[in-house]
Design a protein around this ligand. Sequence first.
Ligand code: MRU
Length: 331
Amino acid sequence: MRTIDWVDDAVELIDQTRLPDECVRLRITTVDELIDAIRRLAVRGAPALGVAGALGVVLSDGNRDAVARLRAARPTAVNLAWGVDQAAAWLPQGRRAVLEAALRIRDEDIAACLAMGEQGADLLTSGLLGSGVRASVPPVQDRPDGRLRIMTICNTGGLAAVERGTALGVAQTLHERGRLAEVLALETRPLLQGARLTAWELARMGAPHRLVADGAGPYLLARGGVDAVLVGADRIAANGDTANKIGTYALALGAARAGVPFVVVAPETTIDFATPTGAGIEIEDRGAEEIVTLRGTRVAPEGTDAVNPAFDVTPHDLITAIVTDKRVIRP
Ligand code: MRU
């Protein structure tokens, strides 16, 4: 099942706001419908946004204003702007050329996710990863049963890409190789991508998993019992600083303190050489409503204000390795 695809002259995507209760597909025929789907996170996750951006250019029929609005629908994941730009470069050649470019991006994402799964699983089981920033636990390959306990945040599975994901794709490959003990998935407030989406994907894979409240992540790392933290990325600056879902930075600090390897898994297209450091990454602020409510129910007193950054930036010195579809990058 593809998260996003081009079907009968329209963008078809799984409406992720409806998961896990129901898995329904949306058929999108205009750029404005696509922008709306992106903003309300019906389609989300950096690689999926790249494909959405590219396919959206086909829907634009060359309307440059629509292309610009699509490009700016969400600011942090560089893949969205990248996908739009890649497809828009073909506009002078006509709609068919744009569609072919967008479908190439879709196919390259499928291949890149497979490659990341293999590379990441190889790294984690090779003994070459070591013990993270501070060595206080045995290297991951020393586990007696050879099965790894992975902690992750947000959703970086197939729902965040086309078919397979990035960080969760590595966990999937480990599971397929019989090397996964368990995934500890952070629930990921405020929109619960971990609880709603990652748990749904892991259940479909038949992979052992438990949910963890976001605040419990660093403590569980300190307590022991996690072999590696695997996260995705929305944008990797040229120096390796990495923007990802809010809560990732706390996990990276906890992992460094506990000596647990902290691994970022993302396609090369998420690396933004035009942004020198994490300080230059625009962090989306999604407003108070998502914090003072939980799935439509008000949880804070009427009139309570909130601050809601959707992402944070993990400095490169807290990252043990970045796994892409082409290489493993070390600090
Ligand atoms: O707000 P979201 O759900 O789009 O945030 C997604 C993430 O932070 C993911 O970790 C990131 O996009 C990588 S997805 C493979």
